[in-house]
Design a protein around this ligand. Structure first.
Ligand SMILES: Cc1cc2nc3c(=O)[nH]c(=O)nc-3n(C[C@H](O)[C@H](O)[C@H](O)COP(=O)(O)O)c2cc1C
Length: 444
């Protein structure tokens, strides 16, 4: 089934369609709440816009930020977000998603120190404040490609992903290796603290390794089966990192509350084989994190490889989804709201908002004022409109600059190049789209 692409002229038309899709989300004409500061872990976030992690696949072979990485973060910083959730940074070479994924090591830590400093300085010079900067620490697991070809390290065999070609058992990570990775997570977090990040995200989303473990119902041993075992890697990492870093350093997680795959292959879903979200375990995770002193979480959903319409609702992508894009947006924001309401003392960031375009501030203000999240996370919008935060906070978002959810940034990435906005930043990214997508005639 195909849907009409985004055509809403008024906020009322948009919210009516959200309601028709089953998600009557709140909205406001007055978006001034977006300019209000928020206290997190004793630090002040100057406004309510968080720039979500957006990997540029543009680092150097040794894992340092490259020229385009620095350009991206300079533009983000000038755009005035209260929080920059710095993209996926590998904790080990084997877990890099591509040979240009960032990878923080003892040898290149000065390069990270300088990009963090640049983000803070640029934002201060342009906007008069410094944003919080949190590093996302990752192991790509099933999606590891450290040398450009798949070298999957999986939590368990999954027939939805592997179909009739199951990966051999040597791809399944051992309990011993998971324990080694816990220590590598600690090492990366200490380096992140040393180079000036305000916090670290023990990444547990989008079906990378840590996230895949959440649904390892049929994995034997200490990291599979029971809820306690499936969350062991996440919780061990959080506890060990917290014990190692200074108390002011933020320890958080961006985690999948719902994967969008049926039980027993998806987390956050009912056990009847359907695809209905069930937030029982996601709530329990936030409760356990809160007990460890975590006071900020970033909630997301889906898998960018297998069900990108759940992860980032779009008008253009690798397939035509069988649900309205606003249903995807509504699902993400509604269930994030359920989690925030369950734990009002934990600051929750929402995801999957860029599809809302110029109405994003209106919905965002409604969500914050009704206690359905604490910060509005924006992803693809940052590529298209790096100055979005500044303009949203000032109440003057420019419709001609917004993300149009065309999917071209992802296509460039999936075809092995460095993603950015092909439409709004064509000087750099249109030639890459032509070379890596158009001329090869591949849409993935
Ligand atoms: C090109 C690209 C790179 C991304 N990189 C990351 C990443 O490094 N870490 C992460 O957690 N999510 C990543 N995401 C997902 C986004 O952070 C975000 O969750 C998603 O785009 C949906 O939000 P949006 O609708 O605001 O774009 C990426 C998405 C895209 C399109």
């Amino acid at each position: 089934m195909a849907f009409e692409k985004f055509h809403y002229k008024t906020l009322a038309q948009l919210t009516e369609t959200l309601a028709d899709q089953g998600y009557p989300l709140p909205s406001r004409e007055d978006c001034s709440v977006l300019s209000s500061p928020l206290s997190i872990h004793g630090k002040t976030v100057p406004n309510r816009i968080a720039y979500q992690p957006m990997e540029g696949c543009d680092g150097t072979p040794s894992g340092s930020p490259g020229e385009l990485t620095i350009r991206r973060y300079r533009r983000f910083a000038a755009g005035g977000p209260g929080l920059v959730w710095f993209e996926a940074v590998a904790i080990a070479e084997e877990g890099r998603a591509n040979p240009r994924q960032l990878w923080l090591t003892e040898d290149n830590k000065e390069d990270f120190r300088s990009i963090v400093r640049m983000i803070k300085d640029t934002c201060r010079e342009e906007n008069g404040f410094e944003p919080l900067v949190i590093m996302q620490a990752t192991h790509s697991g099933r999606y590891s490609k450290p040398h450009g070809k798949p070298e999957p390290i999986i939590a368990y065999n999954n027939p939805i992903f592997e179909k009739d070609a199951p990966l051999s058992p040597d791809h399944i990570i051992t309990d011993e290796h998971l324990r080694e990775l816990e220590d590598m997570m600690v090492r990366s977090s200490l380096l992140a603290q040393e180079v000036g990040f305000d916090g670290v995200d023990v990444k547990c989303c989008h079906r990378y390794l840590n996230c895949e473990l959440l649904s390892a119902y049929n994995r034997p041993g200490d990291f599979g089966g029971s809820f306690e075992n499936r969350t062991r890697f996440l919780m061990d990492c959080v506890r060990k990192v917290k014990a190692a870093v200074s108390p002011e350093f933020i320890v958080t997680s961006r985690f999948n509350a719902y994967d969008g795959f049926p039980y027993p292959y998806g987390f956050g879903v009912t056990e009847d084989g359907g695809l209905e979200p069930d937030m029982t375990e996601a709530k329990a995770i936030i409760g356990m994190l809160a007990q460890e002193g975590v006071d900020l979480v970033d909630v997301t959903m889906g898998n960018p490889y297998f069900n990108p319409h759940v992860n980032r609702p779009f008008d253009g992508g690798p397939y035509v989804p069988d649900e309205h894009p606003l249903k995807g947006v509504g699902r993400m924001l509604y269930f994030t709201g359920e989690l925030q309401k369950a734990y009002p003392n934990v600051k929750v960031i929402c995801s999957g908002t860029s599809y809302l375009r110029e109405f994003l501030p209106n919905i965002g203000a409604g969500l914050i004022e009704e206690g359905l999240c604490s910060l509005i996370g924006v992803g693809r919008m940052t590529f298209a409109y790096p100055g979005f935060a500044k303009d949203a906070v000032a109440g003057k978002v420019d419709k001609s600059k917004v993300c149009i959810a065309c999917g071209m940034c992802s296509m460039v990435m999936r075809n092995g190049s460095t993603p950015g906005c092909v439409v709004r930043d064509p000087e750099v990214y249109l030639p890459l789209f032509k070379e890596f997508v158009h001329d090869r005639n591949i849409i993935v």
